[in-house]
Structures are given as C-alpha cells and as structure tokens.
Design a protein around this ligand. Structure first.
Ligand SMILES: *Cc1c(COP(=O)(O)O)cnc(C)c1O
Length: 381
C-alpha cells in the first residue's frame, strides 16, 4: 500500500466545478488586480476571523513584515518569537532590522510558553509573535495578559491554524494584528502564494492597504515608500470558494487525527499530540515524537509511507542566523523537538485503510525496538 504524505484529491476533486467557475468569472471580468474579488474575500475572511478588517496580502511572510512595520518595529527593537517556529516568523523580524529573541515552547503543546515569553522580555521588547503551530492555538489568554502587563504588541502567526479556537475564540482574532498564509498546503490554501492580515484597528488597516500597493492610495501618488504585496483577484476568488469548506475539512482532519490517537495510544516509545481542553486543534500537521525518529522514518519509507519533519533545523541554528551566535544548547526544548518529531500523513480524503496501515507499521517498528529509553514520563503526562 502507498500512503502519500499529502494529497489534494479529497478537497480539490469535489469542488473542481465551483473553482473553474470562479476562475472563468475572473478571466471574463478582465480585471485582475485589486478588484471586487479581493474586496469580497477580505470581507468574508474578516467575518470568518471575527475581526473588523482584513487585508489580502501576497503571502504570510509579507503579511508579517507589514504587520510589524505598522506597529513601528524598527532596528534596535526586540521581537519575541518561539524557538521552534518556521523560519518565516523570524525572517519578518530581521527584515525590519529588529532582533529576534527566542523563547522556548511548552513541552506538551509545542507552542510558546507564556512563562518563557515573560522571561524573555527586556526594555527593548516591542512585540511578540505567538505561532499556532501545527493547527493548535497558543494559550492566548495567558499570552495577551503578559503582553498587556509589559505594554507589548501581539502579532499572531496564524499560518497553520485556520478555524482553530481557544475557549471558542478563533485564532487570528486575539492579537493586535495578525498574519496568515494561504500557501497551497495550508488548511485554507490558494492555488499559489497568498496571505492576509486581520485587525480591529482602522488606522493600521488603511496604512497596510497603502503600503501593499506601492505606498499609494490614489493611483500614481505615493505617500511613503511601499511594496508590491497585493493578493491578486484570481487567488481571492478561489479562496472565497474554499473558505466555505474550511470547517468541513477541519472536522475531517480532526476525525483522522482522533483515529491515529486512538490506535497509537498504547504504542511504546511514541509520544502523541496533546492539546489542552480549552482549545480545538485543526491538525494542519499530525506530529508524533520518538527518539528513533530517523530509523522510523526510513522504516515507514520502505513500507510505502511518506512522512516529513517539521522542522529538522530550528531557526536559531540555521546558517542564515549564524550571526546571532546561538548554539545547540541554547534552546534545548526546540532542539529536542527537531530531533524527535515526525509528521504523519493527514488530509481530507485519506482512507481508513491507509490510517490503519500507517498505525500497523508504526506498531511493528516499535515492537522491534523494545527496551529503548525514550522519554521521561513527565514528557508524556
Ligand atoms: C507557511 C508559514 C509561513 C509563511 O507563509 P507564506 O505564505 O509561505 O509566506 C509563516 N509562518 C508559519 C508558521 C508557516 O507555517
């Protein structure tokens, strides 16, 4: 049996006609940049996100850059980021000349730990970027409380958790300003690069719309040096179609994840995802952990099962950030996660037989490797 890591079949095959219709409408409209499709998607996504404003942006990295820029983040400022995030979170900070300060995640949820966040604050800290990794919301009540106490802005990186909630409140609505990605493989994905910013601040929203369009509100009049960071009409029209299915697809992801969890619960030396009862998890990725990660990945590959590692090298150890001067021991939790994590295949459309086959193979692998010292019980808790 073959199990690919990811497949669009279960999503894109069922909505093909709707998507082609949307494409045809844009095609025939002969208006391809900043028109009604972008406006309509922005309005739908703002209401989905329970925020007043949404600005369509070229991608999430650009959305993070613009968000930090309108908050006034500049060189000399510090921005707190998780030590185990995807590189884009950190790239946005350094793009503005600011300094990324890494805070370790919680060992159980892999998300920014509010206490470590507070410890990382200095007199130079201007903002923090909690990242809802793998589809699970960070503890936003605790994080916003710390931020308020220290007068720090919160920018959510919501690239991986569309439709996830903490105490019923959706991600992308907690921070002062929030960035998201519609990269094709994200839970809500365009058919190319795309992203958005959500906020309740009209002033920031208006400035972002100007900055994303060359720093211009009135054509050929430029108020400040801007960028080309626009969401295009075609992606907006396609996203409007897919947005209608996001809850349905999230439920399917949760169903698959629960099957994995139920089936793998007793397997030795495998740590399963954990999320607190306050939050929902939309399983952008299904992560297990084991000390024998590389061997397990190789074993599964031989059995026809594709897995990936998110992410093999944390940002503070990337060559791009060697100049920051960090070593392996500086953020041991992030380093340990990078060494032990394995992402299993999960997507709407994966069959029960495929899930069972993946679980059976993991179980067989674990049986062949008994007596290993894997994790402290406290890790599993
Ligand atoms: C994908 C991703 C990004 C970057 O999104 P792009 O739209 O590709 O720029 C940023 N942060 C996180 C956590 C991501 O997973």
């Amino acid at each position: 049996m073959k199990v690919p890591f990811f497949s669009f079949d279960g999503m894109h095959d069922t909505i093909k006609h709707e998507m082609l219709n949307a494409f045809e409408k844009v095609y025939d409209s002969k208006w391809y940049i900043l028109g009604n499709n972008v406006k309509e998607f922005e309005s739908a996504y703002a209401s989905f996100s329970n925020t007043q404003y949404c600005a369509g942006i070229s991608n999430c990295l650009d959305a993070l850059v613009l968000s930090l820029q309108v908050l006034g983040i500049d060189s000399g400022d510090e921005v707190i980021v998780p030590s185990n995030t995807y590189i884009a979170t950190v790239l946005a900070v350094t793009r503005l000349g600011a300094t990324p300060v890494f805070a370790e995640p919680d060992k159980l949820t892999y998300n920014l730990d509010p206490e470590n966040f507070e410890k990382a604050i200095t007199s130079k800290t201007k903002a923090a970027i909690p990242v809802h990794l793998y589809g699970q919301p960070c503890n936003m009540p605790a994080i916003t409380k710390v931020a308020r106490r220290h007068n720090i802005f919160v920018v959510e990186d919501n690239a991986q958790s569309h439709a996830a909630k903490w105490n019923g409140q959706i991600t992308g609505s907690w921070g002062d300003i929030n960035a998201t990605s519609f990269y094709p493989g994200k839970n809500l994905g365009a058919l190319g690069d795309a992203g958005a910013i959500t906020t309740n601040c009209e002033e920031w929203f208006e400035r972002i719309k100007m900055l994303r369009n060359y720093g211009s509100s009135v054509k050929y009049y430029n108020e400040e040096p801007g960028y080309n960071m626009r969401l295009d009409e075609l992606q907006a029209a396609l996203l409007s179609v897919k947005l209608k299915y996001i809850y349905q697809w999230s439920e399917e992801r949760v169903r698959v994840a629960n099957k994995y969890i139920e089936r793998l619960r007793g397997v030795k030396n495998v740590v399963l995802p954990y999320h607190p009862p306050e939050c929902t998890h939309t399983y952008h990725l299904f992560i297990i952990r084991t000390d024998l990660r590389n061997q397990m990945q190789q074993y599964l590959r031989e059995k026809g099962i594709d897995t990936l590692i998110h992410y093999p090298v944390p940002p503070f150890l990337q060559k791009a950030y060697r100049y920051l001067g960090y070593g392996e021991k500086d953020f041991p939790i992030a380093k340990n996660l990078a060494d032990t994590m394995l992402s299993l295949p999960l997507y709407p459309g994966i069959t029960d037989e495929q899930i069972e086959y993946v679980c059976k193979c993991i179980e067989n692998f674990a049986k062949q490797h008994t007596g290993l010292q894997v994790f402290a019980e406290s890790d599993k808790a």
